[in-house]
Design a protein around this ligand. Structure first.
Ligand SMILES: Cc1cc2nc3c(=O)[nH]c(=O)nc-3n(C[C@H](O)[C@H](O)[C@H](O)COP(=O)(O)OP(=O)(O)OC[C@H]3O[C@@H](n4cnc5c(N)ncnc54)[C@H](O)[C@@H]3O)c2cc1C
Length: 417
């Protein structure tokens, strides 16, 4: 549960622990790192731009790389109770015929849980033991001094400048604090030119089945969470400009056959009065660590939705960062943040490359290409498509070894100079 607690109250607690940490953004990454640090006896100040309305949000398919963080937070049971196993994955052709169904339980299940959860339930899970955050609060200025970071916070219009030992920027893909740290042009992006609507539909009997229809000029994905189905319907932005009802009519015209589920969820998109529209762009910051300040989650590398792994990597990165900070004192923070970037960035960017490759296969207009793609999908196993993700799951991060090696190297450098 998220409790609204002012910055000054949180800062008082922060001063009593070893490190004064500021976490900006109470999303997947910010909540995970803040809660893990609290478990280590550090009391970070957590701020969030929005109010504490308790948003239900959208559906998330979570890969097994989140399990370590959830276990360390002792909320794995809560997570399982409030999510659905994604045991099966089905793909339909561009014309709506079933192409294949794969047992995700066999492909990813050997590494841990693969489950569908709503963003709101995941927030509840991450904060099940209670979590303090100051809402309606953002960073107005940030300046690194020799021994700390001076941050000016805007808490509902009231400005305060405070000193921290570590600042973790976890503000998601549109982070404004990142813009204060990196000059324009240092955050790359892939813009697919596509976008689409995210809506909820009523649950059906296939509570463990996620399915996708890769059309010519449109994409329809349906993912179960507890009690409902998360739906995404997208296409080229110019084609979606006339709104969901118009686009759904176009999609229906292109589908000579469709499953009962596809029929139902298309109606859910058309009938939703004001659905959330998601422009399909990602981002990649050239640098993550800036002295005592570090970018985390989507603020560092924001994902396209194609592999369904952005939140998984954000939560894993939060776990790695919290473990590395477990070795920190006020002096060695810059060394450890550099080590975090060196260890975690290649993993995250490998996952992001996989999402980018899938996007170039999925977001296509041409019918001819869609026919060729249908053939490839029929003969290619899902295991092949997720090979690079499996590699990440086998090759687990070892943050404690990373921290020890970085501190040892820094000590040797100090002795030499
Ligand atoms: C519709 C949709 C479906 C998705 N499906 C999947 C999926 O199936 N699987 C998956 O793994 N990932 C999925 N993702 C991606 C996933 O949601 C993100 O990768 C993940 O949320 C990143 O976590 P984050 O904490 O970095 O950012 P966010 O979760 O976006 O959190 C950022 C937080 O920071 C706050 N904030 C922003 N600016 C400021 C500021 N200046 N000051 C203070 N606070 C600020 C925001 O309000 C927000 O609460 C999906 C995303 C969307 C939009």
């Amino acid at each position: 549960m998220l409790n609204s607690t002012s910055v000054s109250e949180q800062y008082e607690q922060a001063g009593k622990s070893g490190l004064r940490v500021l976490v900006t953004g109470a999303g997947m990454a910010g909540l995970t790192v803040a809660q893990l640090l609290r478990g280590q006896g550090v009391h970070p100040v957590l701020i969030e731009r929005h109010g504490n309305e308790g948003i239900g949000g959208y559906m998330l398919a979570l890969m097994p790389m989140v399990d370590r963080a959830l276990d360390e937070l002792r909320v794995r049971g809560h997570y399982r109770e409030n999510s659905e196993p994604l045991a099966r994955y089905r793909v339909y052709s561009h014309a709506g015929r079933e192409l294949r169904e794969d047992p995700m339980a066999g492909i990813l299940g050997r590494y841990g849980d693969y489950r569908g959860i709503s963003r709101g339930e995941l927030v509840e899970t991450l904060t099940a033991t209670g979590c303090h955050a100051a809402f309606g609060t953002t960073v107005a200025g940030i300046r690194e001094t020799d021994a700390a970071v001076e941050v000016t916070l805007n808490e509902g219009g009231a400005m305060a400048t405070l000193e921290f030992d570590v600042v973790i920027v976890a503000e998601g893909i549109g982070s404004s604090t990142r813009d204060l740290l990196l000059p324009a042009g240092k955050v790359g992006a892939v813009d697919t030119g596509w976008g689409g609507w995210v809506v909820w539909a009523d649950q059906d009997h296939d509570t463990d089945l996620g399915d996708e229809l890769w059309g010519a000029g449109f994409f329809l994905g349906v993912y179960p969470v507890k009690g409902q189905l998360g739906v995404f319907l997208g296409g080229a932005r110019e084609d979606t400009a006339a709104g969901p009802a118009d686009f759904v009519a176009r999609v229906r015209n292109k589908l000579p056959s469709m499953s009962a589920r596809a029929d139902r969820v298309l109606s859910a998109v058309a009938d939703e009065p004001d659905p959330f529209y998601w422009p399909l762009k990602d981002c990649r910051a050239e640098r993550w660590a800036f002295g005592r300040t570090v970018l985390l989650g989507d603020a560092a590398a924001g994902f396209l939705p194609t592999a369904g792994i952005g939140a998984g990597m954000a939560i894993e990165s939060a776990w790695v960062l919290a473990r590395i900070l477990g070795h920190a004192d006020r002096h060695n923070v810059p060394t450890l943040l550099q080590a975090y970037e060196q260890a975690q960035r290649p993993r995250v960017e490998a996952a992001q490359n996989n999402s980018r490759q899938l996007a170039s296969l999925m977001f296509r207009q041409s019918k001819l290409l869609a026919i060729v793609r249908d053939f490839i999908v029929r003969v290619m196993s899902v295991e092949m498509a997720v090979k690079s993700i499996q590699r990440l799951l086998v090759d687990e991060p070892d943050p404690d070894a990373v921290a020890r090696a970085a501190l040892k190297a820094a000590q040797s450098d100090a002795v030499r100079s």
